[in-house]
Design a protein around this ligand. Structure first.
Ligand code: ATP
Length: 256
């Protein structure tokens, strides 16, 4: 079943056509890679998928129990709908602890109102305890439990990326968008992350869409790859098909 459909999507900034007539569908449970040279429109595409930008024309639909249409996208609503993301430039609450960063992810889905919170009613404690336990579980999965009380800004870059992914997962998404998850990671960290992404996809029943320049990661874990160049979709297919596609080779290397 398609979890996401994109129809004739366009986005222009003045005279710059950042996204031009992109159409695609993504099936539930897939790990999909979005690749392309610098400036190809990948981040703009993610910003359209998460309501940061509105399409100039065309539309996007998440086919969840209830359909979510692009006209209803707002960045702050996306986690509630079931769409979480990470950013190319890590956006953590840098002066908060690692644990608090993850707890914020859970707070999108807490089931108590202002009164239980003000008067400290049982539902408040029940929800907070559950969020804490789940956050600890995530920290252990990401192998950063021993850093839980450190300020996010004091963690090495690779671990900050893990915190950002864990925070996105805490919002219990159905679709997880990862913008360059391996950026700034060394080879071993990238290998570890590759395994982790595969594992969380099954464990949390996710559909994952990722932008990534690290081709070893993309080719190893993606079922399907979409290739952008100058805002257009120039190819899509399996990793094997993409690696041998002459148009893709041309876009990356500037020749055959
Ligand atoms: N807010 C904006 N205002 C004007 N132009 C923009 C804006 N955002 C993106 N662009 C332009 O749109 C095009 C696509 O940019 P985008 O950042 O989406 O590419 P990208 O594929 O993510 O690149 P990279 O791999 O370098 O991150 C570029 O020409 C960029 O300059």
């Amino acid at each position: 079943m398609d979890v996401l459909t994109v129809n004739n999507l366009c986005k222009s900034f003045g005279g710059v056509k950042a996204i031009s007539n992109i159409s695609m569908s993504i099936e539930e449970g897939e790990i999909v890679g979005v690749i392309g040279p610098n400036g190809a429109g990948k981040t703009t595409f993610f910003n359209l998928l998460t309501g940061i930008y509105s399409p100039s024309s065309g539309d996007i639909t998440y086919n969840f129990k209830k359909k979510i249409l692009s006209k209803d996208f707002k960045p702050f609503k996306m986690p509630k709908y079931g769409v979480s993301r990470t950013f190319q430039n890590i956006r953590l609450f840098k002066n908060m602890s690692v644990l608090d960063n993850i707890l914020i992810g859970y707070h999108c889905n807490l089931n108590y109102g202002i009164l239980p919170s003000l008067f400290r009613l049982p539902s408040f404690y029940r929800n907070e305890k559950e969020a804490y336990e789940k956050a600890v579980e995530l920290l252990k999965i990401f192998n950063i439990y021993d850093k839980k009380d450190e300020l996010a800004k004091n963690l090495p870059y690779g671990e900050q990326r893990k915190v950002e992914i864990a925070r996105a997962l805490a919002a219990k998404p159905k679709v997880l968008l990862l913008d360059e998850p391996a950026a700034g990671m060394n080879t071993n960290e990238t290998k570890e992350l590759t395994k982790l992404i595969n594992w969380i996809k099954d464990e949390f029943s996710l559909t994952i869409i990722l932008i990534e320049h690290d081709m070893s990661l993309v080719m190893e874990i993606c079922n399907k790859i979409f290739v952008f160049d100058y805002g257009t979709l120039i190819a899509d297919g399996t990793p094997q098909e993409i690696q041998t596609n002459p148009q893709v080779i041309k876009a990356y290397l500037g020749g055959e």
